[in-house]
Design a protein around this ligand. Structure first.
Ligand SMILES: [Zn+2]
Length: 483
């Protein structure tokens, strides 16, 4: 039978506040275990949580960026369970009155656009971390992460393929990067994601029973896990069996999902209102201040790039995907670079460099004015486009201005006509066979001679001038054959 997948995503985003959600402990990643704890986040008796104002404001900022309706009244609830890394035995979360609800995110800007609805965004505190590696017989617990602020962004099950899920996550990450409220670092757990998927006969409207997949630590893992799970469920259904509602884990090494536990419903958690944090409202003034802090978002930026700099939709989309790239692009234009050239160098050689070195755009520090200088050096003929490729790499490796690099490395292009002429004569004299071949009509011999000229000049000959010169000399030789 043919099935249609129904996919929803839950993203846990760690806000990069200096302190935790309900106490003043540092929320910095990677500190010595249990060095960032206090009676509040350790859940000792008699302590009172106090909401981190910045985490709350950032939560609203995210909700607005995802076009959500902000709740008129918010409250926190206790979600009961026993987790050994959360000593209170409940997590402060939000149950029936979350921060925000009913938003959306548009995906597929490069192909078929599609609107994915956001069901809710709520705040909660994180749990700690169990450490099993240190010993065969004992487990340790690190409470540093306990109480770190998280935002949970829950989509409606509007996604219909693993590619759409991937697109959704990429777009979500781009928006969060623009808002600068999280590092989005998946290795450090700043961005975590669970997905749920069910199959139904193509054309049906009723939903099948849903399987949740946890332990997905990259966008690629989400895609692979969904593809595996869709195949597995189709096989079970084809045998006429039922899919049990359960939570499964993704095994990244074995590339398969494994059953973890049957799925808990809300009733299992025994939610009740957190008595230590009273319900509260966002005042219209607070709302106005947060709205004014919203930056230009990726979709708006792409539209502006197209209109202001005559970029193609594709170029605008690639550049706006990372805030850093978009900033470098606009910075280079302010420093005098031509938009199309700046875009080409970022999307071509700069991104190739990042891929080769496995770097994120923010890790390779590129100053916009350096890029502008590089483009100007090409435009005024000081260096050739080919030389510029080397200069770009040197600029990134040495963190130096291309103008200084060109001066220091004597990389100036040879544009002096007399010098170029001597070079052309020398190359033709050294390669009589190629000259002869050209004269007999093999025009690609020119390419060979050109390559020799560039090689002899160590890439410094101005390519346009050199080609023109060789062409002219060869054509003259054609008119007056060798004697
Ligand atoms: Zn604390």
């Amino acid at each position: 039978m043919e099935y249609e997948p129904v996919i929803g995503l839950e993203v846990h985003l760690q806000l990069k506040t200096a302190t935790k959600l309900f106490c003043g402990c540092s929320a910095t990643f990677g500190a010595t275990p249990n060095s960032q704890t206090c009676p509040v986040c350790l859940g000792l008796p008699g302590v009172l949580p106090v909401l981190n104002e910045r985490a709350f404001q950032w939560g609203i900022k995210v909700a607005l960026a995802f076009n959500c309706q902000i709740a008129p009244t918010m409250k926190f609830d206790r979600k009961q369970y026993f987790y050994p890394d959360l000593p209170k035995n409940y997590q402060i979360s939000q149950y029936d009155q979350p921060l925000a609800h009913h938003g959306y995110l548009d995906i597929g800007a490069s192909g078929q656009p599609k609107r994915i609805r956001i069901l809710r965004i709520h705040m909660e505190e994180d749990a700690g971390k169990l450490l099993h590696e240190a010993s065969q017989t004992e487990s340790y617990v690190d409470f540093n992460r306990t109480g770190v602020p998280l935002l949970e962004i829950v989509s409606e099950p509007d996604l219909r393929s693993s590619d759409e899920a991937y697109d959704y996550l990429t777009e979500l990450k781009a928006i969060i990067e623009y808002l600068e409220v999280s590092t989005c670092n998946m290795e450090e757990g700043s961005l975590r994601c669970d997905t749920n998927v069910s199959l139904r006969p193509a054309g049906a409207t009723a939903l099948g029973s849903k399987v949740e997949i946890k332990n997905l630590n990259s966008f690629r893992a989400v895609k692979l896990a969904l593809e595996y799970e869709m195949k597995r469920q189709a096989m079970v259904l084809d045998r006429g069996e039922r899919i049990p509602q359960e939570t499964r884990l993704w095994d990244a090494k074995g590339l398969k999902t494994e059953s973890m536990r049957s799925k808990e419903g809300a009733a299992d958690y025994r939610y009740f209102p957190e008595p230590d944090l009273v319900p509260f409202r966002l005042s219209p003034q607070q709302m106005k201040i947060i709205q004014q802090q919203l930056p230009e978002l990726p979709a708006q930026r792409a539209a502006r790039f197209q209109a202001a700099y005559q970029l193609s939709a594709y170029d605008a989309r690639v550049l706006r995907q990372h805030r850093v790239l978009a900033d470098v692009f606009e910075g280079a234009i302010s420093a005098g670079a031509a938009p199309k050239l700046a875009a080409n160098w970022i999307m071509g050689d700069f991104m190739a460099y990042l891929n080769a070195k496995k770097l994120e755009p923010e890790q390779a520090r590129i100053r916009p004015e350096w890029l502008a200088h590089l483009v100007q050096l090409i435009e005024d003929g000081t260096i050739s486009g080919k030389m510029a490729k080397d200069v770009l790499v040197q600029m990134l490796e040495q963190q130096a201005d291309p103008i200084a690099l060109v001066k220091a490395g004597k990389l100036q292009q040879i544009v002096d006509p007399a010098a170029l002429e001597r070079l052309a004569d020398a190359v033709m004299a050294a390669n009589p066979d190629s000259v002869e071949a050209y004269l007999k009509g093999k025009t690609n011999a020119l390419t060979f001679l050109m390559g020799q000229a560039m090689k002899q000049s160590q890439g410094k000959a101005n390519p346009q001038q050199m080609t023109g010169l060789l062409q002219r000399k060869l054509d003259q030789a054609k008119v007056k054959p060798h004697v």
